[in-house]
Design a protein around this ligand. Structure first.
Ligand SMILES: [Zn+2]
Ligand SMILES: [Zn+2]
Length: 223
């Protein structure tokens, strides 16, 4: 299959690599239909290079169609349309039981002192081949993949993998009081997402963004 692979600082290539295969009864293989490029992928392009190995497949925001799965994966079937969350969690350990999935004890990368394994994100997070590829091997697939309906285009769902829940959590952490307002710095895709979530939750939202060459602008999204 074709996949986006890392080869060094600022050196990323699309090349032919082996297809993923089912090794554990909790694995699945997904045919990828859309895959986000994250702001944090830029870290791999530059500063996290030392933790990345030549040939690593990048990408942690995929969705697609289930190709096959192991015997213990029962909530999805071949042909199902799914979004795959970026962090890999088992769903049944102590930390998963506390809904702290990013600290899953089954996939946690202890030798690096980081949290749960992640797709396509260096040795720090388990060096799991990522989703900017034609196919994705999904560990812990009895828990991770989320089934989504047929019909609407991928861009209605693909943000469920990372950007939307990350932004939702950011708005949670902000603890905006009843009748309060929130200011979001930056109007890129990730800035827009918490702004839209805060609007959705009936908060007053200010966006501050940089206009080309023209200094900083502020807008109130819901005056
Ligand atoms: Zn991401
Ligand atoms: Zn777990």
């Amino acid at each position: 299959m074709k996949a986006v692979t890392w080869h060094g600082r600022r050196d990323v290539r699309v090349e032919e690599v082996p297809d993923p295969v089912i090794k554990e009864p909790t694995d699945a293989v997904i045919k990828v239909t859309s895959s986000g490029i994250c702001g944090s992928d830029l870290h791999l392009y530059e500063v996290l290079g030392p933790f990345t190995t030549e040939g690593d497949i990048l990408g942690h925001e995929p969705m697609g169609v289930v190709e096959e799965m192991g015997a213990e994966v029962t909530h999805i079937r071949p042909g199902d349309r799914v979004v795959v969350p970026f962090n890999i969690s088992c769903g049944h350990c102590h930390m998963c039981g506390l809904s702290l999935y990013a600290q899953c004890e089954t996939t946690q990368v202890r030798e690096q002192g980081t949290g749960a394994a992640m797709f396509g994100y260096t040795r720090l997070y388990g060096q799991v081949p990522g989703g900017q590829a034609a196919y994705l091997g999904v560990p812990q697939a009895h828990f991770g993949p989320i089934k989504v309906p047929e019909g609407p285009p991928d861009e209605r769902f693909v943000y469920l993998s990372d950007v939307l829940p990350t932004a939702w959590q950011g708005v949670e952490y902000a603890e905006i009081p009843e009748g309060g307002s929130v200011t979001v710095l930056g109007l890129g895709p990730v800035g827009q997402m918490p702004a839209r979530i805060a609007l959705h939750r009936d908060h007053r939202v200010y966006e501050i963004f940089q206009k080309k060459r023209d200094g900083v602008n502020k807008i109130l999204l819901n005056p």
